[in-house]
Ligand binder design. Structure first.
Ligand SMILES: *[C@@H]1O[C@H](CO)[C@@H](O)[C@H](O)[C@H]1NC(C)=O
Ligand SMILES: *[C@@H]1O[C@H](CO)[C@@H](O)[C@H](O)[C@H]1NC(C)=O
Ligand SMILES: *[C@@H]1O[C@H](CO)[C@@H](O)[C@H](O)[C@H]1NC(C)=O
Ligand SMILES: *[C@@H]1O[C@H](CO)[C@@H](O)[C@H](O)[C@H]1NC(C)=O
Length: 355
């Protein structure tokens, strides 16, 4: 069986001529178990290279590729792992991976990709792990991910993403990890993470997030780690995190420019009382505003933040109390005065009558 395969390959090799069409294992790639594992990492892969249909693992990392060699991948219906990292790929042609029906892992990190085409996910229904980190992506749309119904890990770390379409990830119902750290996200609006019921890890560290819609985390029923470290968050609402219903969710919030006021203190006092929410780096959270509290840990000032407010309340209460007392005293004095005058008038009258 194996030998027959080789004879066919040798026959193809000689009949088509080496310059047009050649077997990767003969010269530039390392192969194992026939051509089940093909490693062309570090070689100069040209368009003329074609891979045998039995290939299951294909390493084309750092192979000086400027585009996805779609033709070369055309008949690889057994392929399970495809590594394309560290090339110069800037765009992915339509249906580039459409015949890779068994592909489980696709690694395209460290390339120069700016957009994902609308048919990017076509054929990749078995894909579980997609790595697109260290590229130049700017926007994510639903149409980019339509067929990824089995995707479990999605990594967009270190791109240039500033916007995500509402419902962009709605077909990723099996997703467990979403890495969006070190991008340019400014806000999180409702619906962005809808349908991600199995999401366990959501990493948003190192963005520029300032506003978070209160319902954004509502459908994340499996979330165990939410990382919001190094963003632009000044304030949050209690409701925003209360909507996370998982038994134990670790929330990281340090290195944000917190505006430390009584409201914030109340939010955290309430969050600390919710047992399913764990604020691991609360001791590392520092204030940015007001100026007098800059760089002080929130945990060291939070009991004082409502003091000014308490004092104001006390002053108001005291003022009201004094006013009421004064009013009573005045009323009493007036009454006494009036009755006193009456008596004196009476007595005067009586003296007059006596005279
Ligand atoms: C391919 O070979 C390179 C060294 O040439 C090695 O670093 C790399 O790990 C190999 N790839 C796989 C998937 O084994
Ligand atoms: C790949 O091609 C470049 C020039 O295009 C050359 O400098 C380099 O040495 C080649 N690498 C290998 C491994 O052949
Ligand atoms: C990232 O996006 C910003 C605009 O949001 C742009 O100015 C910058 O050049 C982009 N960087 C890269 C590496 O594409
Ligand atoms: C708090 O900050 C210090 C120094 O930046 C770091 O070593 C430590 O791991 C942080 N703790 C948590 C819980 O994030």
């Amino acid at each position: 069986m194996m030998h027959a395969h080789y004879f066919i390959w040798i026959w193809i090799h000689f009949s088509f001529g080496a310059s047009e069409f050649y077997h990767p294992c003969q010269k530039i790639c390392l192969c194992k178990e026939g051509a089940k594992f093909v490693n062309c990492s570090g070689a100069n892969v040209t368009a003329a290279l074609t891979f045998p249909p039995e290939t299951e693992h294909l390493d084309l990392s750092s192979s000086n590729l400027y585009s996805v060699p779609s033709k070369a991948l055309d008949s690889l219906w057994k392929l399970q792992v495809l590594l394309l990292s560290g090339n110069y790929i800037s765009r992915i042609e339509a249906r580039a991976f459409s015949s890779l029906e068994r592909l489980q892992k696709l690694d395209i990190q460290r390339n120069e990709i700016t957009v994902l085409g609308s048919s990017f996910s076509t054929g990749l229904n078995s894909l579980r792990d997609l790595i697109l980190s260290y590229n130049r992506l700017q926007k994510l749309y639903y149409r980019n991910f339509q067929n990824f119904e089995n995707l479990q890990k999605l990594n967009f770390q270190n791109n240039n993403i500033s916007s995500i379409e509402t419902g962009a990830f709605r077909s990723l119902t099996r997703l467990r990890q979403l890495h969006l750290q070190n991008n340019h996200l400014l806000s999180l609006h409702n619906g962005v993470f809808s349908m991600l019921q199995h999401l366990e890890v959501l990493n948003l560290e190192g963005n520029r997030i300032k506003t978070i819609a209160p319902g954004i985390f509502t459908s994340l029923n499996s979330l165990t780690l939410l990382n919001l470290v190094r963003n632009e968050i000044e304030h949050i609402r209690f409701k925003t995190f209360l909507t996370i219903q998982t038994p134990g969710t670790h929330i990281l919030l340090s290195f944000n420019p917190w505006f430390c006021d009584c409201d914030l203190q109340r939010v955290f006092a309430k969050l600390h009382s919710v047992r399913r929410l764990i604020l691991d780096d609360y001791d590392n959270m520092t204030c940015m505003e007001p100026h007098v509290l800059r760089n002080l840990p929130l945990s060291s000032v939070d009991t004082q933040l409502c003091i000014a407010e308490t004092v104001t309340v006390l002053v108001i209460t005291f003022t009201v109390f004094i006013t009421v007392v004064a009013a009573i005293v005045m009323a009493e004095r007036n009454r006494k005065k009036r009755t006193g005058k009456h008596w004196s008038e009476e007595s005067e009258m009586s003296y007059e009558s006596q005279d």
